[in-house]
Design a protein around this ligand. Sequence first.
Ligand code: PRT
Ligand code: MG
Length: 214
Amino acid sequence: MNPGITLALSKGRIFEETLPLLAAAGIVPDENPEQSRKLIIGTNRPDVRLVIVRATDTPTYVQYGAADLGIAGKDVLLEHGGAGLYQPLDLNIAKCRLCVAAPKGFDYEAAIQRGARIRVATKYIKTAREHFAAKGVHVDLIKLYGSMELAPLVELADAIVDLVSTGGTLRANNLVEVEDIMPISSRLVVNQAALKVKRELLQPILDAFAGAIK
Ligand code: PRT
Ligand code: MG
């Protein structure tokens, strides 16, 4: 186990919204991952480094202890499952909603009322399966890795399960939200073994993050 602290972050919105939290813990990255091609980024603290990972990979790095802690969306954590991960804080960042959306002309309510089998494209297979099962809606789920919004437009699916923040992407593609599934924000995830072994280094960081949450 690396003696210092390794924090797993993804580029983009999570990185940007994490900077103020890091600052509150007295941690300033040496480089902006958006401009750098480096995957391991040092900080002003010799005992703290960042690893830049794909958002969906964050729980994996933390679960196996390759990173001591990380920040991941609830969407990603629900799909990954929580094994080996301590989730002490909702950081209230990278907020959005998970919802069902469909083309303007598709009568979703009528379809589910008559018990029709609907085709739903999503990258959130597990969460979508649980949502529709709880409602007793019959679905064929189609796994995609990105741009779910395209699927109904080319008749790959009747509807999608995806994240929405401004709603701009749905509007631009003639889709409407037909059902809200849950609010999403990003959480701090900590490796359970690291929390025991590195408590002295980790606890002040967790406390600073907790104090800086909006
Ligand atoms: O981009 P990449 O394929 O590498 O991975 P990723 O999309 O998983 O990562 P990233 O960095 O885009 O998202 C990281 C986390 O940010 C997600 O896991 C969510 O928890 C959170 N988040 C918050 C969002 C959004 N808001 C969001 N709007 N993630 C994605 N979106 C997408 C959404 O999927 C849709 O395509 O943005 C589009 C809708 O945005 P609006 O503003 O047009 O509604
Ligand atoms: Mg993305």
